[in-house]
Design a protein around this ligand. Structure first.
Ligand code: SF4
Ligand code: FES
Length: 244
């Protein structure tokens, strides 16, 4: 395939960014999207020009670092897939592909397609944990939990903290992310002990860092690569009301 890439270039958060155009020839439909960017960067480096900065780590859909907007969708046009698992077979020969960073005030651009998502770390540090003594792993069945609750907690725990929900939201709301982190504990007996402090601290931190509120648009759920459900936000709201 021959492709025209329109990629956002920005030196840092304070500089003005712009789209630059790159032509890519002989792209195999077998390639992963990030491999295609690797091939572009190889060409740029060999030509003595600055490569495109983009974030990635696991390349298997679990670390959450590879987020970018592709043709108007966080993580690209294929539902429930992270950028690193996106295949070039979903694009057509001759296509123009627009590639941009997350655009949300609490995620400032570091360079090109890389944004600073440390605001999510700060929310997690505020309360996204349970206080237990570490040591030998406790016997798994010593605290009984309903199967349906542990299944739901697991569904929430698959959030990878990628930030696509924030990027997709017109309010730059982090409610889907925070609600997933709250839900994974709220549904299990181990998480109930600190539930009130946790939800107050995480919501306070989320507000302090400048994330917007949820107005039930649902773009976050549509674009989430891990299919985290809006029902988590309803649970977050219930937990928050119960915490006072
Ligand atoms: S809720 Fe979904 S979109 Fe938001 S951070 Fe978690 S995995 Fe990413
Ligand atoms: S690189 Fe880890 S989720 Fe994509």
């Amino acid at each position: 395939m021959n492709l025209r890439l329109k990629i956002w270039r920005q030196k840092d958060a304070k500089s003005k960014g712009t789209f630059e155009t790159f032509m890519m020839d002989d792209v195999s439909p077998e390639m992963a999207f990030l491999e295609m960017l690797d091939a572009l960067n190889k060409k740029l480096v060999e030509a003595g020009t600055e490569p495109i900065a983009f974030d990635h780590d696991c390349r298997e859909g679990i670390c959450g670092s590879c987020g970018m907007y592709i043709n108007g969708h966080p993580h690209g046009p294929v539902p429930a897939v992270t950028t690193c698992l996106l295949s070039m077979r979903y694009f057509k020969d001759g296509e123009t592909i627009w590639i941009e960073p997350w655009r949300a005030k609490p995620f400032p651009v570091i360079r090109d397609l890389i944004v600073d998502r440390s605001a999510f770390d700060k929310i997690q540090i505020a309360g996204g944990f349970i206080s237990i003594n570490t040591g030998a792993a406790p016997e798994a069945n010593s605290i009984p939990a309903l199967k349906k609750n542990s299944d739901s907690a697991f569904d929430s725990a698959v959030c990878i903290g990628c930030g696509a929900c924030v990027a997709a939201c017109k309010n730059a709301s982090a409610m889907l992310f925070v609600s997933a982190k709250i839900s994974q504990f709220a549904l299990l007996p181990q998480g109930r002990i600190e539930a009130k402090e946790r939800v107050r601290a995480m919501v306070d931190k989320m507000d302090e860092l400048g994330f917007g509120n949820c107005s039930n648009t649902g773009a976050c759920e549509v674009e989430c690569p891990k299919q985290i459900k809006l029902t988590n936000i309803a649970r977050l709201n219930r937990e928050f009301y119960k915490a006072f």
